[in-house]
Design a protein around this ligand. Structure first.
Ligand SMILES: Cc1cn([C@H]2C[C@H](O)[C@@H](COP(=O)(O)OP(=O)(O)O[C@H]3O[C@@H](C)C(=O)[C@@H](O)[C@H]3O)O2)c(=O)[nH]c1=O
Length: 181
């Protein structure tokens, strides 16, 4: 497994070893022991989620607060996304910064998103299957978000806004400086 530090503190990218033969391919998509060695602290994932999105669906930017904050381990099973994380930890050296990267079935990248980051992604193909583990349960009362086109964060989503498909809920999210600052 190859490991890269993302430019947001505590955020990592992993590319698993892939074994190919005449039948196809095999890879370990999660190995608790290796993960523990990298993070230095145990994480207990309690929920696995999967979403399927049409091309140019944008989900985010989401997080849960307090005891319900979630660390996530995410990858794409089919299709590709532009994945975006925003550091909303006030005591972090990278507070207010964002990082984006393409995750795809082809590049096999997995992103580890620590607690305290807001997360979103833009599907770049139809039938994009996004799969992620969470270390805390979904708790609707603790759900929060930041608007995808926040004027202070200035996230480059790399496509025209008219093409994006968002939920009503995500279109009504507050600005970073209303919610976090
Ligand atoms: C996230 C979630 C949603 N739901 C339900 C609530 C709602 O009726 C339906 C769709 O929910 P949402 O619109 O919030 O789904 P979605 O926009 O895909 O939410 C996800 O976005 C990405 C970017 C993340 O980082 C995730 O943590 C999560 O917030 O699914 C659950 O039952 N469990 C869950 O864990």
């Amino acid at each position: 497994m190859k490991i890269h530090k993302a430019p947001i503190a505590g955020c990592f990218l992993f590319v698993p070893e892939s074994y190919r033969d005449n039948r196809g391919e095999f890879m370990e998509t999660y190995n608790h022991r290796e993960f523990l060695a990298i993070l230095g602290e145990p994480l207990h994932f309690v929920q696995d989620n999967q979403s399927i999105s049409k091309k140019f669906v944008l989900r985010g930017l989401h997080y849960q607060t307090g005891a319900h904050a979630q660390a996530k381990l995410a990858r794409v099973i089919s299709g590709r996304v532009l994945d975006v994380v925003v550091d909303i930890r006030k005591d972090s050296p990278t507070f207010g910064e964002y990082f984006s990267t393409e995750l795809s079935a082809r590049n096999r990248k997995t992103i580890f998103i620590p607690k305290g980051l807001a997360h979103g992604f833009l599907a770049l193909e139809d039938n994009t299957i996004f799969s992620y583990k969470c270390d805390a349960f979904y708790n609707p009362e603790s759900e929060r978000g930041i608007i995808y086109n926040d004027p202070d964060l200035k996230i480059d989503w790399q496509i025209e806004e008219e093409k994006m498909i968002l939920s009503e809920k995500d279109l009504a999210l507050p600005r970073f400086n209303e919610e976090i600052l």
